[in-house]
Design a protein around this ligand. Sequence first.
Ligand code: HEM
Ligand SMILES: Nc1nc2c(c(=O)[nH]1)N[C@H]1C(S)=C(S)[C@@H](COP(=O)(O)O)O[C@H]1N2
Ligand SMILES: [Mo]
Length: 362
Amino acid sequence: MKPVPAVAPGSPAAPPGGAGTVSGRPVPGRRTNLALLGLLAVALVSGGLAFAAGTGWGGPVVAVHGVTGLGVVVLSPWKSAVARRGVRRRGAGRAWASLVLAALVVLTVASGVAHSLGIRTLAPGVSAMQVHVGAALAAVPLAGWHVRVRPVRPRAADVSRRSLLRVGTLVAGAGAAYAGLEATMAVAGLGGAERRRTGSHEQGTDQPSAMPVTQWLFDGVPAVDASTWRLSVVAAGSRRTWTYDELSGADQRLRATIDCTGGWYATQDWSGVSLDRLLPPGASGRSVVVRSRTGYSRRFPLADAPRLLLATRVGGAPLSSGHGFPARLVAPGRRGFWWVKWVDRVEVQDTPWWWQSPFPPR
Ligand code: HEM
Ligand SMILES: Nc1nc2c(c(=O)[nH]1)N[C@H]1C(S)=C(S)[C@@H](COP(=O)(O)O)O[C@H]1N2
Ligand SMILES: [Mo]
């Protein structure tokens, strides 16, 4: 056993500003840990909601996400003091899993800020947003374990006026960091200033070929032969099929913005036919499933059918294979993963629209 130097916390021998103190003051570990846990939980939930949100409530959710995420940075001097104290007591060998957790949280925050600043690609084919979400999700089981072995116990006294003031100070600090970052981006003319309220950056508006070809997870681009392709519309116990020529004659136009959770958006002029016009008159049910020939699908409220466009053209020209030829859904106000590509089937069902995985499983 190695002799451990006996330095009592707070004793004159403890270095000012060293482990266990911030600005020479001892750090109350329990409250720091509790605050960090709260921030991480809110950041995780708001991040997930930001992915699900369209344009309506997306703005406030993304702002809450940014503020809590930066709150982690504001709290980090205190947390690192607590952590260094723990490592000193127990030794780094027993803290490795906690150190991996810390590294993942640092990576999550750094890649989130990088994305916001407009640094969107971290390595060839690896976006900042992919790293951001990947690191955050990888941190979840480790954080669960961390809290299990070192439980943070809230106490009744935690809801005192004093601690409310502390939380207020923390939120104000995080809010200032958020506002400061936004202002810096605007002043420095950095890419992040033109972000949409979902946090996405503009890419390829009115230039469909400049718009990224994006798959949710595992889909590949199928080669579809327009002459043999058929769209099946199933409703009210009947099935009707449409050929490409029948469908591409339709010319309902819609200018709409696709906003991918990968962090980009583009506004285009789409044309095609709205789903309600494809359905037989009087088709009843609760939801309409729009399915890709790849098997990818999303379910929508039937009442939305008039506002969902099955597009065959974008910017006046037929869709490219990557963007969904021969037909893809245009779902205004919804995130990109709802915009099903290579559609070959539309079916009205009695199942409620929310009876599906919140994010596509494939
Ligand atoms: C505990 C986990 C997380 C932390 C600590 C965190 C932290 C952050 C931070 C600091 C930013 C930069 C904010 C800014 O500069 O304005 C950010 C941005 C972002 N994060 Fe997270 N995040 C977490 C999890 C997630 C998850 C799970 C998702 C999605 C599923 C997500 C989605 C986003 C998005 C879309 C942005 C861009 C927002 C913008 O540009 O304003 N985050 N995050
Ligand atoms: N069949 C199918 N449709 C899909 C996807 C997919 O993986 N498979 N990805 C969705 C996602 S996440 C986005 S952002 C848009 C991207 O459309 P684009 O490739 O035309 O830009 O398509 C959506 N439609
Ligand atoms: Mo996407």
